[in-house]
Ligand binder design. Structure first.
Ligand code: F6R
Length: 368
């Protein structure tokens, strides 16, 4: 059942290439993106003028990442909100609003109530869910299932990557319906997404140095994570994994925010994990991040930098380097998250914790 792994979570991390492949499989037919239970017509999609993504925890981070892609591809405004906040603040919703609810279990009470609130306000609701026939997909107008397979480990890993891929499919389906991208561009984006499972496999095969590094930082009291653009939600997810599994104080920041407060936390020897933007894809962001690394190193931080292989600046400056394959910027979270999952799991194991069952947490949060 654990397939030779000590924990389900480790098996689920290893299953991520398959989880992604199955989630994307069958969604390109005759040169067009197709969703699953398409109870929303192309006309419904064409009428959309605003997108909300609602979710909790790790699924919320998937939504934050998807926002970058959906806005870029569709030119629709996308707001991403914690389900528990969304429903209590009277959001502006109507028939032309698409609410995308992301939930692995499909039973999360906060997300379900957000869906009900959106439906009461006449919004269209599309669920991204990993559990067939769960309550959230049952109450939604349309469903896109992630096919990650059952996730037993309480901390979400393979479902997170599958949720990002599924939300990207929704973005491409919207771009296709709205005509904001030529059809051949939609197909090209999909084809690039199809290359990602192999890239994730490459990352998985290079994890031993990351485990060693994690063991050497296992007694840290605090670990900070920095990212920019799509790397920012990845930093939030890296921090969430570390706090929930290893019970270490961990925080993710947008690197540009450092000087607005968080840099005060930096002290001698503090480990900071940095998700480096692609040096070719986003050169400006990349050079800003190099400056951020210099600023925190000058104040004593020990930097662990996740970077693409041709990133000479990162290699020259990092105290520790974690290489990941080069990918288009919008797809980088699908590979850069993986070392952070492995890092958190290894720190937790070194501290003697059960990574499948972190204290105080439940797999499915069915109470508000
Ligand atoms: C963290 C984690 C949780 C869930 C959250 C939402 O590793 O697993 O933060 O992501 O409770 O759960 P679902 O996706 O079932 O709605």
């Amino acid at each position: 059942e654990k397939g030779g792994y000590d924990y389900f979570m480790l098996k689920e991390i290893a299953e991520q290439p398959e989880a992604l492949e199955s989630t994307m499989s069958g969604h390109l037919q005759d040169g067009r993106i197709v969703l699953d239970e398409q109870r929303l017509s192309d006309q419904d999609l064409r009428d959309v003028d605003k997108v909300f993504v609602v979710a909790c925890g790790t699924a919320y981070h998937a939504g934050l990442i998807a926002k970058y892609a959906i806005e870029h591809w569709t030119r629709l405004p996308v707001e991403v909100e914690l389900a528990s906040e969304f429903r209590y603040r009277d959001p502006v919703l109507g028939r032309s609003t698409l609410v995308v609810a992301i939930s692995q279990s499909g039973e999360t009470a906060d997300t379900l109530e957000a869906v009900r609130h959106a439906k009461d306000q006449k919004a269209r609701v599309l669920a991204i869910c990993n559990t067939n026939g769960a309550q959230i997909p049952r109450e939604s107008d349309a469903v896109l299932y992630t096919h990650a397979g059952p996730e037993i480990g309480v901390a979400s890993t393979k479902c997170f990557l599958a949720q990002i891929a599924a939300a990207y499919l929704v973005g491409l389906a919207l771009a296709q319906a709205l005509g904001t991208k030529y059809q051949d561009e939609v197909v090209r984006e999909f084809t690039e997404l199809e290359q990602i499972p192999a890239a994730v496999q490459t990352v998985l095969e290079q994890m031993e140095p990351v485990r060693e590094l994690a063991r050497s930082f296992a007694s840290s009291d605090t670990v900070l994570f920095l990212g920019r653009h799509v790397g920012y939600p990845v930093a939030l997810e890296g921090a969430l994994k570390l706090k929930e599994l290893a019970y270490i104080h961990a925080e993710g920041f947008a690197a540009g925010e450092l000087k607005h407060g968080p840099i005060a936390l930096i002290e001698d020897g503090l480990p900071v994990i940095i998700v480096m933007p692609s040096p070719t894809g986003r050169a400006l962001l990349h050079s800003k991040m190099v400056s951020n690394i210099r600023e925190i190193q000058a104040r004593g931080a020990t930097t662990i930098v996740i970077a693409e292989p041709d990133d000479e600046a990162a290699a020259a400056i990092a105290d520790h380097l974690i290489p990941i394959p080069a990918t288009p910027t919008l797809l980088q979270p699908l590979v850069s998250t993986v070392p952070l999952q492995v890092f958190a799991a290894t720190v937790a194991q070194s501290r003697g914790y059960d990574v499948d069952k972190p204290r105080n947490l439940a797999k499915s949060v069915t109470v508000e």
